[in-house]
Design a binder for this molecule. Structure first.
Ligand SMILES: Nc1nc2c(ncn2[C@@H]2O[C@H](COP(=O)(O)OP(=O)(O)O)[C@@H](O)[C@H]2O)c(=O)[nH]1
Ligand SMILES: [Mg+2]
Length: 452
């Protein structure tokens, strides 16, 4: 007897392709597979071993063989969803895959919604919500580093310590209540100082996680590098050198680049997102001035700033404005046009810790600059949280813990301490998927592909 809860979907890549994967999950999935897959030798699929690949015939809904391929079952709870699951690995033809799905539907399965397999995994406790979000990160990873980061998140790199932290805070709260409720019994006294120390360490850890999130865009979008400078110093020429082709327009006319021009490059497996910007000066037109505003924004938002100066000309106030702009940024100075006769660049050398002399025209000195970019790229080994939802909760939880800590230190009323500690525990819980609104969970899973 087939239950109604079996979902089925195509889970493979673009068709036609080498292999198509049709996946099913739910109680009754094995019965459906028995109806559509006939092993060449031996027992029925429902009697095969967990995880064993079985060779046989795939049957269309009219019972006729339509493919000769492999199938496999996974027994609950040892599957991705935690339910009984089945997979058929067909030849990668659209016709075969549709026929396989039609067969599954005619035997009682229903089409899976986007992310429904993962959602079931979450509901069945196979992963927490943060880990489920890492599955989406894995699918959408654009770089090797992005995938490695997502894989670590999926394995619970941050989820496990967060779950432990939540437990710790809940225990603290329980202890506190116990002392209040049974003050005459033999319960260890509640030490505010000790509680405050524990909480403070946890708040540090949460703040560190949040700072990591702010750097996480670099994992998939590339480490942002803004090339800034006054007009005509050779920003676009340098940008094109780094890009490896004539991406931005170069002329000897000031004010040529009016918008931020972006291009991604990969250096030693690391992705950089380069931005060529409009030359910063008193602009001569509305469009140029708007471009200049964008240059400031790009410099402000970038992880690294490359400030370009024309080494063949005396420094002027416009150059000094650039020096000022870079004061609080991780930046390097580039003294360009080293192929020409040089001028005094002492002010640049004094203001920047790192200075490169290059010629964007003939390529001299570019490698030293790319070396600096690589050295200053975020550490590869560090695993960062990537989701905005998680980051916002973590930030609030850190604040709640800081407030709880303060109340504990000041010896404020028990209520103040408890309220904040409880709020922190709830927020951390939400990162992991406890007490999360159904719409929020639904929103998370709907971003997945069908079949995942
Ligand atoms: N001699 C020399 N000229 C350069 C060099 N880099 C750029 N230029 C010239 O300087 C002018 C302005 O270059 P461009 O890249 O458009 O500067 P931007 O306004 O800062 O983007 C163009 O005529 C370039 O050919 C260089 O290294 N050496
Ligand atoms: Mg330019």
């Amino acid at each position: 007897m087939i239950k109604s809860g079996v979902i089925a979907a195509y889970s493979g890549g673009k068709l036609p392709g080498a292999i198509g994967i049709v996946r099913m999950s739910g109680e009754g999935a094995f019965d459906i597979l028995d109806g559509m897959f006939r092993p060449t030798r031996g027992k029925k699929m429902s009697e095969s071993r967990h995880g064993q690949m079985v060779y046989g015939e795939l049957l269309a809904s009219d019972g006729q063989p339509i493919d000769i391929c492999l199938a496999c079952i996974y027994r609950a709870p040892h599957s991705y969803t935690g339910e009984d699951m089945a997979e058929v690995f067909t030849h990668g033809s659209e016709a075969i895959v549709s026929a396989a799905l039609r067969a599954a539907f005619s035997l009682g399965a229903r089409p899976a919604e986007a992310g429904e397999f993962t959602k079931r995994g979450f509901m069945n406790g196979k992963m927490d919500l943060a880990e489920a979000e890492a599955v989406a990160d894995l699918i959408y990873a654009q770089t090797e580093q992005g995938a490695k980061n997502a894989a670590a998140l999926l394995k619970g790199h941050h989820s496990k310590p967060l779950a432990a932290m939540r437990e710790r805070i809940l225990e603290l709260i329980a202890h506190f209540y116990a002392v209040c409720d049974y003050s005459d019994e033999d319960i260890e006294p509640f030490e505010y100082i000790q509680a405050s120390a524990t909480i403070s360490k946890d708040a540090d850890a949460l703040e560190e996680l949040y700072r990591g999130y702010l750097r996480s865009a670099s994992i998939n979008e590339g480490i942002s590098v803004a090339v800034v400078g006054k007009p005509n110093v050779g920003k676009s020429s340098l940008f094109n050198r780094l890009a490896g082709f004539e991406r931005a327009i170069v002329t000897d006319e000031a004010g040529t680049t009016r918008d931020v021009v972006g291009h991604r490059i990969s250096l030693d497996g690391k992705l950089f997102s380069l931005m060529d910007t409009a030359g910063i000066r008193e602009g001569t037109s509305l469009a140029e001035n708007m471009g200049i505003d964008r240059s400031f924004e790009a410099a402000e938002d970038a992880s690294l700033v490359v400030a370009v100066f024309d080494g063949s000309r005396q420094l002027d106030d416009e150059d000094r404005a650039i020096i000022e702009l870079c004061k609080n940024k991780l930046s390097a100075a580039v003294i360009n046009k080293s192929d020409l006769k040089g001028c005094d660049m002492a002010a640049v050398r004094e203001s920047f810790g790192t200075v490169f002399e290059i010629s964007a025209k003939n390529g001299e000195g570019i490698e030293a600059l790319t070396g600096w970019m690589l050295e200053n790229a975020p550490d590869e080994g560090e695993i960062l949280i990537t989701g905005q939802r998680q980051a916002a909760l973590i930030k609030d939880a850190a604040e709640a813990l800081r407030q709880a800590q303060e109340s504990a230190m000041l010896g404020l009323t028990a209520d103040a301490f408890l309220l904040d500690a409880e709020r922190a525990a709830r927020l951390i819980g939400q990162v992991l998927g406890f007490d999360v609104d159904i719409d929020i969970t639904q929103g998370i899973f709907s971003r997945f592909c069908v079949g995942k």
